[in-house]
Design a protein around this ligand. Structure first.
Ligand SMILES: Cc1ncc(COP(=O)(O)O)c(C=O)c1O
Length: 382
């Protein structure tokens, strides 16, 4: 069976140029970037080149970039790194939002257990944080503010620049999880009031298991991992040379083709939703978060009266890969904390399916997927 992959927010297919970059680096022979011999120096050269490329596309200094194992590690390193460093300045406040990825929320809860004072900002029914509420929560005791650029379940874009300005006024460290937004939103770090930023390669057609933490020069930060002196002592451990080389290639493609990439994802999303509306009537489903500015590649759809696991199982059997909220949430079949925080009625939370679009999708597929979804909808409704 041929599959229609509509789960790009969970992970993306690797771009063929990225695979080429990975294979080239992986087949270049052994080389630990910390070794002094020629092969070690070659590995180091690949990492340096990748870091320079990423710094160019993020508009920051190469020395401000720390390679990690992915978005989860970057989020944890940012939160623990900044909060623990700020505690010695007498700052114990952490401000985040109710719709953050669990990599942020669970790290914040852990910090709360260690004595930090946690404020979780609510969101409106489109999943958006209010700037006024963020401003009221941030003061001179705030250590870290962590607000995502774009949500992984609904695509809702947050006002990170306005919140970052306020955080800066109070000398709080501003962290942004841009794992879903990278490659769709403009992230010119020199221009943005952001101190720490998390990225992950596998969301932009790069390999799994590689990520990046941007740490603005001068930001108070304690490492999460101790050991060797890799990454200027900010992240110990032998670097994933091939993964890093491939990540840089993926970032180059994602940023230089950003507008095209965004337009493609949005066209796929709108073609699918429009066709679905033609087939089952637009009153038969709700697109959650539709009233806010959103990332172009995500559609969170509630099929009223149909449980999400039933829809997902039938879609899977028919060859359409979608998901129910974030991947880990759907694995454990818990209702989405994001949709709950948006205050949606239980019926909408229990019937939500996330379709996410990207590389490799085309209009014929969108038509076919809409027809498959409509057929399943008609069957389940009866
Ligand atoms: C917004 C967001 N943050 C963090 C992560 C975690 O990234 P990784 O899978 O690279 O650990 C994800 C992954 O789904 C995400 O969507």
């Amino acid at each position: 069976m041929s599959y229609i992959y509509y789960d790009h927010a969970a992970t993306t297919p690797m771009h063929e140029d990225v695979i080429r970059a990975y294979v080239e680096a992986a087949s270049a022979g052994p080389g630990n970037a910390s070794s002094l011999h020629a092969q070690g120096r070659a590995a180091r050269g690949r990492i340096t080149a990748a870091r320079d490329t990423l710094a160019r596309y993020l508009c920051c200094d190469a020395s401000e970039l720390v390679f990690t194992s992915g978005g989860t590690e970057s989020d944890n390193a940012a939160l623990f790194g900044a909060a623990l460093a700020q505690r010695s300045n007498g700052r114990i406040g952490i401000v985040t939002s109710a719709v953050e990825h669990h990599a942020v929320l669970h790290a914040c809860k852990q910090l709360e257990k260690q004595g930090f004072k946690l404020t979780v900002l609510p969101v409106d029914d489109n999943g958006r944080v209010s700037v006024a509420e963020a401003e009221a929560a941030i003061d001179d005791t705030t250590a870290v503010v962590s607000i995502m650029a774009g949500n992984n379940e609904t695509g809702t874009i947050q006002p990170i620049a306005a919140i970052g300005e306020w955080a800066r006024k109070h000398k709080a460290i501003m962290h942004v999880d841009a794992v879903q937004a990278f490659g769709y939103a403009s992230l010119e770090l020199r221009e943005l009031p952001i101190d720490l930023l998390s990225l992950s390669a596998h969301k932009i057609n790069g390999p799994q298991g590689v990520g990046l933490l941007y740490a603005r020069k001068g930001t108070s930060f304690q490492p999460l991992l101790y050991g060797g002196s890799q990454e200027r002592k900010r992240r110990a451990g032998t670097e994933n040379v091939a993964g890093i080389a491939a990540f840089a290639k993926a970032a180059e493609l994602a940023v230089s083709d950003r507008e095209l990439r965004s337009r493609h994802a949005e066209t796929m999303r709108e073609t699918f939703l429009t066709r679905l509306g033609d087939l089952i009537g637009s009153e038969s489903f709700v697109v959650n978060g539709e009233g806010a500015e959103r990332l172009p590649h995500i559609a969170n759809v509630s099929f009223l009266g149909i449980r999400s696991e039933n829809m997902l199982m039938n879609l899977d059997l028919a060859g359409v890969s979608a998901s129910g909220g974030s991947a880990c949430t759907s694995g454990s079949l818990l209702p989405s904390h994001v949709l709950q925080a948006m205050g949606l009625p239980q019926e909408r939370v229990a019937s939500a399916v996330r379709f996410s679009f990207g590389l490799g999708n085309n209009s014929e597929e969108a038509e076919k997927a809409a027809q498959i979804t409509a057929t399943i909808w008609a069957r389940l409704r009866n």
